[in-house]
Design a protein around this ligand. Structure first.
Ligand code: F6P
Length: 554
């Protein structure tokens, strides 16, 4: 059995870590004035500067050897061609097929899936054009003015992040809302501002079985029926993005308004599928296709570029260097772009739900670190929140700075301040304090690494490329760690126990630990009757924003 940590390359990297431990990053630049030119890379509208890393030429060469000696070439070919690489769920992993704009057949279980991908894309085009043009009418003949996406995890984070990132491309007459938390105040707050006659709900759920989404969808439907339409009108105000057509239709969604996708699309990789419906409604189908094209362009780069000039591979190897050889436990994502403020949350699920694993693809426990804790917040806000720890704390946190170069019209001065702050921070993390001695409390040790990723402009195409870049970075790390990045068994346990607890809210069950029993007793004092969410006790009192013409005229 292959032992990653016993490989010659891994051992050589451990030696290099010791040999370079006292290196100063800034000295790498002194020794090689061309370092920036050599350690930066452009792919389409994205530019990566990876020169401010604690990585000597020898370390980089050895990291590339790690990739060369891994199963990357084979596993990548398997993923793109639809082989079953999600071995525990016995599924292919084909989010790349969703942005494949060609017609070459792609066989899954002996069937070419490209026709149904094209068919669903056409269904999305038609629907988004109907809603955006006003052709799609609500129960009393009005156009849609608010779209509410109800979903959680990958059925929320991707479309939510993209709609926010591309807000300047949004349809001027339609507002978009995202409800995800089972906390009833989330949906209550959204519904209180809406007119049921002009609201469209998208129930986004791959399985159509996620408790939070189903409860929110039922509450939305109850609110609609109490404030406006009748059962027959649900179809004009509710559509679904799901793999479970049957359950969607049982909910009351018309068959033609179920936007299907497939089991071989992972939730956290699904924004290119029907789960991306809010994006197409917001920025238009053409914009959605631009996003797919940007991702496809990154796919082609990932497939064809040599490892030494492959952006996802390089980012993956840099991460492995810090995680497995420098002891970094976390990785910070700091977009200097308010439009990308939801990117850290999206990347958290993408990375941590993919590589938060401790057994390899054979089920054997690994003896090395795997996925890091991914976190972050926009700059310049982070400078006033957690940068102190990053500058002078005891922890080693590699940072991805992300920004777009082109300013929005009218705020060029702000954008200049934003970008100069980012460059200053990246420099300060690397250089540290120059003048003061390292003993005084004001000095910053420096030598703290970062990458800088610049988008020419925050466009649908460049956002698509950016997301695909991180998808493939996560994939490469998973391949080198020999783990399955595409299942998520760890989230099933909590779901099961939640069901058991909610079923026993009324009884003193000895099945739970003393803490849970004690806490349940406190909770029980506030819930005299069993709260199943179907007894009307969930929040439906949210009044419609205004009674348009009330219920349909008799
Ligand atoms: O977090 C577990 C998970 O299954 C995610 O992978 C998924 O994105 C989310 O829950 C929502 O699942 P669904 O889209 O089936 O409602």
């Amino acid at each position: 059995m292959f032992q990653l940590t016993r490989s010659v390359t891994w051992q050589a990297l451990k030696q290099l870590q010791a040999q370079t431990a006292d290196d100063r990053i800034r000295d790498y630049f002194t020794a090689d004035p061309q370092r920036f030119e050599r350690m930066s890379l452009r792919v389409g509208g994205l530019f990566l500067d990876y020169s401010k890393h604690h990585i000597s030429d020898a370390v980089l060469d050895k990291l590339l050897e790690l990739a060369d000696h891994s199963a990357l070439v084979q596993r990548r070919a398997q993923m793109f061609s639809g082989d079953i690489i999600n071995v525990t769920e016995n599924r292919p992993v084909l989010h790349t097929a969703l942005r494949n704009l060609g017609d070459d057949p792609l066989m899954v279980d002996g069937k070419d899936v490209m026709p149904e991908i094209h068919r669903t894309r056409e269904q999305i085009r038609r629907f988004s054009e109907e809603v955006r043009s006003g052709e799609w009418k609500g129960y009393n003949g009005q156009r849609i003015r608010d779209v509410v996406n109800i979903g959680i995890g990958g059925s929320d984070l991707g479309p939510n992040m993209a709609c926010r990132a591309l807000l300047k491309h949004r349809h001027p007459e339609i507002n978009f809302h995202f409800v995800s938390n089972v906390d009833g105040t989330h949906i209550q707050k959204v519904l209180s501002r809406l007119d049921p006659a002009t609201t469209l709900f998208i129930v986004s759920t791959k399985t159509f079985s996620t408790q939070e989404t189903l409860l929110n969808a039922k509450t939305a439907r109850r609110w609609f029926l109490e404030n406006a339409g009748e059962e027959a009108d649900v179809g004009a105000h509710f559509v679904a993005a799901s793999t479970n057509r049957k359950a969607a239709m049982e909910f009351g969604i018309r068959e033609e308004n179920v936007f299907e996708f497939w089991a071989w699309v992972g939730g956290r990789y699904s924004m290119w599928s029907s789960i991306g419906l809010p994006i197409a409604l917001s920025i238009g189908f053409d914009g959605f296709m631009d996003m797919l094209e940007g991702a496809h362009e990154m796919d082609q780069h990932f497939l064809n570029a040599p490892n030494s000039a492959n952006m996802p591979v390089l980012m993956a190897l840099i991460g492995i260097w810090y995680i497995n050889f420098q002891g970094a436990e976390t990785h910070a994502i700091v977009p200097y772009d308010q439009a990308l403020h939801q990117l850290p949350a999206f990347l958290q699920q993408l990375d941590m739900e993919s590589n938060g694993k401790s057994v390899d693809i054979f089920g054997h426990p690994v003896d090395y670190k795997t996925g890091p804790i991914v976190w972050g917040q926009t700059g310049s806000n982070g400078q006033h929140a957690f940068f102190q720890l990053l500058h002078q704390g005891t922890r080693y946190v590699p940072i991805d700075f992300i920004a777009s170069l082109k300013p929005e019209p009218g705020v060029e001065d702000h954008h200049f301040a934003l970008l100069t702050n980012m460059l200053a921070q990246a420099n300060a993390f690397m250089e540290g304090s120059q003048e003061s001695s390292r003993l005084d409390p004001y000095s910053c040790p420096g030598n703290r690494p970062s990458s800088t990723l610049l988008l020419d402009e925050l466009t649908p195409r460049n956002l698509g490329a950016l997301i695909a870049l991180y998808e493939h970075k996560v994939f490469v790390q998973g391949v080198i760690w020999n783990i399955n990045s595409f299942d998520q068994w760890g989230v099933q346990l909590g779901k099961r126990i939640a069901g058991e607890i909610s079923e026993r809210i009324d009884e003193q069950s000895q099945d739970f630990d003393g803490s849970t029993q004690g806490l349940l007793k406190l909770v029980r004092e506030h819930f005299t009757a069993r709260q199943t969410g179907d007894d009307g006790a969930t929040p439906t009192e949210a009044p419609a924003k205004k009674a348009t013409q009330g219920k349909k005229k008799a």
